[in-house]
Design a protein around this ligand. Structure first.
Ligand code: HAM
Length: 420
């Protein structure tokens, strides 16, 4: 063992389990690609002010959880704790929104970093696949994204995920609600830090998980009762579209998200098999974020799904993904001459697009056969000195155990025939 360990709150993805992570990423990406979302990739770090302004100074993510560092050149950067602010920054910087083709629909996949207290399902390095639809105020888009996430979860075989839905109102109605909520919260018996939060970010208090706070929150004013007519109509339309698509959701008037940029539609995907870290994904509308970043008015909506937690959800439901075996053919050369001859065949097979691996290091038949079986290959291609003298190789079907000799020159064609 090395003297080094993975940093606290992180873990390594190792084969064969890593195959499930790739499959989850692909399952989330596939419906997005089919729905017209293009792939976008931004750097793993950004100007720290992008997140401070975009995600919000008062959020836990910005105030407690960011990995911030100063470069040798004196720039203050942060490892990205989330994707939305960076994606919008990239779209604005490259003027993608000016091509006359709104909304700009993009998807991304990658690492995020948050200095959180680690526990199962909550890591300091984790992976998200996200989607953003930038520059259109249209309930069809909100519904589209929720439906695509549901489709992704279902394509993986998940059934115990739930969709929580809320509206956070807009610049017209939210301030009225905020003031009413503050009035209510100021009358409660709260600790110093929570009192401060009441003044800076009262909606976040609704998300407090401590029983002594929760108990006092019954009777708190609900945003749903303060929505302006425009927000109400917008929300009803999103709900009707989801109903029309047969996607089940639960209205959750207390749902607030840990990022400040949300307006109107907000949602979270939760999975009941995950204990306290039950959110497998989340998102919503962020109509004012572009202006906060110095851009034009660009109402937008998006989500990010946590890959790590989706894998945990699969485990919780006992879903075994049907991953195709990586290797189709496993070559076993026995002796020096056979190594050369089979290595040529392996290269030929790979060039023909057949996934092929071989036994290295001059291993004997028994050990090599074990590796062949473990690789999941359908066929073993075996050659010893005597086979080569005959100009032939042995092909063994690893399922049935049947074995037959074929001329070396026809081995590739025969394998292609057998694999169909
Ligand atoms: P978020 O709710 O902060 O939203 O994160 C989205 C998902 O990332 C969570 O539901 C969870 O599955 C996963 N996640 C977050 N933190 C951790 C962690 N420490 N360990 C493991 N998984 C984690 C956002 O990031 C927004 N940018 C989503 C969005 C996109 N809104 C609009 N567009």
């Amino acid at each position: 063992m090395s003297t080094f360990k993975a940093p606290k709150g992180t873990y390594d993805l190792l084969p064969p389990d890593s195959g499930r992570f790739l499959a989850v990423r692909e399952a989330i990406a596939a419906p997005l690609r089919d729905a017209g979302y293009g792939y976008i990739e931004t750097p793993g770090f950004e100007d720290v002010r992008l997140f401070a302004r975009g995600v919000g100074e008062s959020t836990d993510i910005v105030s407690k959880e960011m990995y911030v560092f100063t470069t040798k050149g004196g720039d203050e950067l942060a490892l990205r704790p989330e994707g939305t602010a960076a994606v919008l920054r990239a779209v604005l910087e490259s003027n993608l929104h000016k091509t006359g083709n709104l909304p700009v629909k993009v998807w991304y996949s990658g690492s995020q970093y948050r200095y959180e207290r680690p526990q199962k399902g909550r890591y300091r390095h984790f992976s998200q696949v996200g989607a953003e639809a930038i520059g259109a105020e249209d309930p069809l888009l909100d519904a589209e994204l929720i439906i695509l996430a549901d489709q992704a979860y279902r394509s993986l075989g998940l059934t115990r995920h739930r969709i929580l839905l809320n509206s956070l109102g807009d610049a017209t109605c939210r301030p009225v609600y905020r003031a009413a909520l503050q009035d209510f919260l100021r009358a409660l018996d709260l600790d110093e830090e929570t009192r401060r939060r009441v003044e800076i970010n009262p909606l976040r208090v609704l998300d407090d998980k401590r029983p002594e706070v929760r108990d006092q929150l019954t009777g708190a004013p609900l945003l749903a009762d303060y929505l302006c007519d425009a927000c109400k109509a917008y929300h009803e339309e999103v709900r009707a579209l989801l109903d029309g698509a047969g996607v089940r959701y639960e209205d959750d008037p207390k749902l607030v998200r840990g990022l400040d940029y949300y307006t109107r539609t907000t949602f979270e995907f939760v999975h009941d098999g995950l204990g306290s870290q039950s959110a497998v994904g989340g998102g919503g509308r962020y109509d004012g974020l572009s202006e906060m970043l110095g851009g034009p008015e660009l109402p937008s909506v998006g989500w990010a799904l946590g890959v790590d937690r989706t894998v945990l959800a699969l485990e919780a439901e006992g879903v075994v993904l049907d991953l195709p075996p990586v290797t189709s053919v496993y070559a076993i050369p026995l002796g020096e001459a056979a190594r050369r001859a089979l290595f040529e065949k392996v290269t030929e097979l790979r060039r023909a697009g057949i996934a092929t691996d071989l036994s290295f290091g001059g291993r004997g038949l028994k050990g090599a056969m074990k590796s062949a079986n473990r690789s999941g290959a359908r066929l073993a291609l075996i050659a010893g000195e005597r086979d080569l003298v005959d100009g032939s190789v042995q092909l063994k079907d690893l399922e049935s155990g049947e074995q037959h000799a074929v001329p070396l020159a026809q081995a590739v064609a025969e394998i292609q025939r057998l694999l169909g």
